[in-house]
Ligand binder design. Structure first.
Ligand code: 4AZ
Length: 752
């Protein structure tokens, strides 16, 4: 099994907006009034989860350009001074030269002509001596402009708070910037300034949210000089490219800069609010740097005493946000189940992924011959649980690779009107790309695409997730081409809880795989039709499509992993010494040539209650191993009458009326040529085996003389990244509980 490697999320900002204009005329110095008026936008008129700002509504917002592109935000605090974040200018501990930077003032859209905008060269960049990295605080910088900004309606400074200034917890403030609109999703053209309302979070609340286990192997300590703003439920946040920009709060008609966008863990994630450099504690440092510069920044006194807001949760009653998606009161009744009705064809099953988007296979709607987009959207209807009427469809967005790549057979349908969510109607959770579904996770099959109605009892739809290597080696050998585990995974394999009835065909073979974490269901994978009659062996993981889904839907939320306890690293294989020769002869060796047509001298026919036959394996002179389910039938309270025949398995026909229970053992040949019993088939499966290894102690104790394989003879796990399956592991076990029974053979039977 591959242990998933989660690298700490890269949190620092630097995504140039290509081709953005810079360095227009550097305008001459202007006379400025003595006491600088600050924090007052001209009366008139993303950041993630925000919206486009009114041009001119944040006149202190500046864009910092390097090599022709936007890198960071900043705020004008005086005609010659811009406040920003240190991490924008420090690379590997070295401060970048000021000459590489320019400041764009009075700009709204970075695409069009910069009418009211003008640019300034940077004369100096000042960073606190104690700045080393964002997590350690002091993430602020001052930029001295080569010539003062020309103030006007679109260019004005923001007010700075004094050290004594207090911003009440829960205050609604605003962050602005040209940063990504969600993780890995840059602001689209025309690169217009975005704004988002964020609430100030108290230290205790912020630390409490961050203490919830989550992505990025997080041990985050909120330090003095930092502040948090955002929401426990996430969704609205600053993101990459917003760094250095201001977080401003209004007080009595005047705007103060409370924070500088510094960092965060991802963007808009639940329980991961944005972290800002608090400006007030740096009053002295700022004053020191700008000393002698006239006019300097304005630090108006706070006009009122803020009341502590009851909004702030304390350490004791700190409430983290729980996911809103993926709750199903009764598994099997899925509150996100959507049926898309297109005239002239059977309903197509999909899943509700947000208030207004349904995900479904694109193949339901795309004509394979001419891959034209469907035109008759007006006649499409979507049926959702607990909705009295069908929904109308406004847009159909197939995945760009949908027609030729099975793994991308996906389309998003936008509902004309968003639906009101309830316990009976809610979206399924979608995994982030780095999501790691633990092997042994509880999963279910749910309908996907077009197909027959329910195929049988719901237990047939239950499954447990297999580890990545098992998936690759087990099913890869069956011509299903399951790639080795990767990060993100290339396939997700379920092990089913119940057998498939022999001969029965599941016409409905297109499924989605829902996997549960802490009671919350994630849409983990989708299958194609290649599995034919069987339930799918491997699912295409959905997580790779998370960014496409959130890009198209602008807001379908990717839910963080809920289970972070991954147990011990890696998986170990135990081995034990076993001499190939014992006083009783050799174990695991076949006579050459085959004696009397018997290929497998250790095979035993186990006859149960006179009419049932299953396979046993002779492991020692007086002992045969058989699968428990083969010998003990459900409902039996006593061990039935059992006979064992040796030395004839497969050689002579079975008496009439005998029923053969399939419980094949898994034998693997070592390099030394010995055959080793690796597993016994799990109830109902021809492909899943209960591993013998974990039962070794029990077998050794019971049997005494069973022979275990020497370490060097053991089939080994291939190193991570290699494409080799263990030799002869054509059929092997997932992790189902071992189901073995040792039969004590009576000597006369053996001799007979
Ligand atoms: C960044 O990289 C960045 N969600 C800024 C803010 C946040 C995350 C990243 C907070 O600039």
């Amino acid at each position: 099994m591959s242990q998933h490697l989660l690298l700490p999320f890269v949190i620092l900002a630097i995504s140039p907006i290509p081709g953005a204009l810079h360095d227009s005329a550097l305008s001459p110095t202007q006379e400025e009034p003595e006491d600088l008026d600050c924090g007052r936008p001209e009366p008139s008129t993303r950041i993630m989860g925000g919206s486009e700002a009114q041009p001119g509504s944040w006149p202190w917002q500046v864009s910092l350009h390097q090599r022709g592109g936007h890198i960071c935000g900043g705020s004008l605090i005086a005609p010659s001074w811009v406040l920003s974040a240190a991490h924008c200018f420090v690379t590997n501990g070295t401060l970048e030269p000021a000459t590489e930077w320019s400041v764009l003032l009075g700009v709204h859209s970075q695409d069009g002509p910069l009418d009211s905008a003008h640019a300034r060269a940077v004369a100096a960049i000042l960073v606190p001596d104690n700045y080393s990295s964002v997590e350690l605080g002091a993430d602020l910088a001052l930029l001295r402009l080569a010539s003062p900004a020309r103030l006007g309606p679109a260019v004005r400074p923001i007010c700075l708070p004094r050290a004594s200034h207090r911003f009440a917890h829960g205050t609604a403030c605003w962050a602005t910037g040209w940063g990504d609109i969600q993780e890995a999703d840059p602001l689209p053209l025309p690169w217009a300034l975005q704004e988002v309302e964020l609430r100030l979070l108290g230290e205790a609340a912020c630390q409490c949210l961050y203490s919830r286990p989550g992505p990025f192997n997080l041990t985050f300590q909120l330090l003095p000089g930092m502040l948090c703003a955002g929401y426990p439920e996430g969704r609205r946040d600053t993101c990459q490219g917003d760094s250095g920009g201001p977080l401003v709060c209004e007080e009595g008609g005047q705007w103060f800069q409370a924070g500088i966008t510094s960092f965060g863990f991802g963007c808009g994630r639940r329980n991961r609010p944005g972290v800002f450099t608090a400006v007030a504690p740096y009053e002295a440092w700022i004053r020191e740097q700008v000393m002698g510069s006239e006019p300097g920044p304005a630090f108006p006194t706070q006009s009122w005493e803020p009341q502590p807001s009851p909004w702030e949760p304390t350490d004791e009653n700190c409430t983290i946000a729980l996911p809103e998606c993926g709750k199903a009161p009764r598994p099997g009744t899925w509150p996100w189940e959507a049926r898309v009705m297109v005239p002239g064809s059977r309903p197509c099953h999909g899943a509700l992924v947000s208030e207004s988007w349904v995900l479904a296979p694109a193949s339901c709607f795309l004509d394979p011959i001419n891959s034209d987009l469907p035109r008759d959207l007006d006649n499409w209807r979507v049926l959702l649980p607990s909705r009295p009427r069908a929904e109308l469809v406004a847009r159909f967005m197939p995945h760009e690779n949908a027609s030729w790549d099975d793994t991308s057979d996906l389309a998003l349908l936008q509902l004309q009107t968003p639906v009101n969510l309830s316990t009976a109607l809610r979206p399924v959770c979608l995994p982030h790309p780095e999501h790691y579904f633990l092997p042994r996770s509880r999963c279910r099959l749910a309908r996907w695409g077009r197909g027959e109605p329910e195929p049988g009892p719901s237990t047939l739809l239950e499954a447990e997730l297999l580890g990545g290597w098992w998936c690759h080696c087990l099913y890869g050998r069956q011509g299903e081409s399951v790639p080795p585990p990767g990060d993100p995974p290339h396939a997700l394999c379920p092990a089913y809880q119940e057998e498939e009835e022999a001969g029965r065909c599941w016409n409905y073979s297109h499924w989605s795989l829902l996997c549960q974490e802490e009671g919350t269901w994630f849409l983990a994978g989708i299958s194609d039709f290649s599995s034919g009659c069987l339930r799918p062996r491997a699912f295409y993981p959905l997580q790779t499509h998370g960014p496409w889904i959130s890009h198209v839907t602008r807001g379908a939320y990717l839910e963080d992993q809920l289970t972070w306890d991954w147990g011990p690293e890696g998986e170990e294989t135990e081995t034990q010494a076993c001499p190939p020769h014992t006083e009783h002869g050799a174990c695991g060796l076949r006579p050459e040539p085959a004696v009397m047509g018997i290929l497998w001298p250790w095979l035993a026919e186990v006859h149960v209650a006179g009419n049932q036959v299953c396979t046993g394996i002779l492991v020692a002179p007086g002992w045969v191993v058989a699968a428990t389910h083969c010998v003990l039938r459900p409902g039996f309270t006593t061990v039935p009458y059992i006979e064992v025949y040796l030395g004839r398995a497969g050689a002579s026909p079975l008496p009439q009326g005998h029923q053969v229970t399939s419980a094949p053992p898994l034998l693997c040949q070592t390099e030394g040529g010995s055959w080793v019993l690796m597993g016994m088939a799990v109830r109902g499966s021809q492909e899943l085996f209960a591993a013998i290894g974990p039962e070794e102690a029990w077998i050794a104790q019971t049997v005494g003389e069973a022979h275990f394989l020497p370490p060097n003879g053991y089939p080994h796990w291939p190193p991570e990244g290699s494409d080799l399956c263990p030799a002869d592991l054509a059929r092997a076990s997932g992790s189902p509980q071992a189901a073995l029974l040792l039969l004590l053979l009576l000597l006369p039977l053996i001799q007979g």
